[in-house]
Design a protein around this ligand. Sequence first.
Ligand code: GDP
Ligand code: MG
Length: 320
Amino acid sequence: MSDPSPKNEPDGGSEDHDGRDGRDGHVAGFVALLGVPNVGKSTLLNRLMGSKLAIVTPKPQTTRDRILGVLTGPLGQIVLLDTPGVHEPDRSLNTYMVRQALATLADADVAVLVVDATTRGRRNHEVEEDLARRAEERGVALIVCLNKVDAVADKEQLLPLMERWSGARAVVPISALHGDGVDQLTDEIWPCLPEGPAYFDGDDLTDRSLRWLAAETIREQVFLRTRQEVPYATAVRVERYLERADRGDVVIEALIYVERDSQKGIVVGKGGSRIKEIGMAAREALSESLGCPVHVKLRVIVMPDWSRSAAGMRRVGYEP
Ligand code: GDP
Ligand code: MG
């Protein structure tokens, strides 16, 4: 790398304070978070965003429909993009992931490939290599995060991984869980972004984006609490999102769609126990994100085979 990294401190008095690679304008760009399941992408995202959920907004019908979050800092704006679809079970993971990731890459300025640095993470090397290659083919700057370094006792074990990914623009060991290395990661991202104005106003939370956040949060809880095919047969649609200014709270009414009666039984649980847990966990998470009390009301609806047709997908709220 020939460019010096900018220092991510507004008044820190660093030498390249206003010289940033000779650029003195505001930068803004899209950063795709890539990686196979369980490497820690969501944990990293939460860590990057902190508690400040600046914006989450869907843009249906574009490959940017999974904007996960926007980080606005003194240097500019990082728009984090999800690589959707990794929850899809029944297609070959490789093909599916790659296809989804490609759609996101088309929009990205930077690809952050998260890999699991523990021995567990060695299995998916081929998928990861493939993702990295595609990013490079598209001229997208590749940054590799070696995650979970807190769980690697002997740091020498990281050396082969550093070596393996030495073709990347940067390799950053991190612990998304504890936060180590995450500032170094953003330090590597800033110089890869093009100059330009911010894409989003950080304060401009739209009702639409919050509905989407609510639906995703509920869906996540279904995911965490059900098994086998159930998570994949689930979609969540927020019917009502009501901000009650007088009470300072938010009321969310959502439908959880499944494809079969048996799945409904599982999601509802014995005596309604599971749906209650899902609602409570979603309420807690959303209260934290939104910074106010949240009430969550859920209903489970069977919509046979919704995931198998475009019409079905539209009915549960997706734009296929
Ligand atoms: P994703 O599927 O890539 O989004 O992965 P998640 O963020 O859901 O994380 C998968 C699992 O790895 C969870 O149990 C996390 O707690 C764990 N995990 C994520 N980051 C770290 C880390 O830095 N260190 C450790 N030890 N575990 C982590
Ligand atoms: Mg995740």
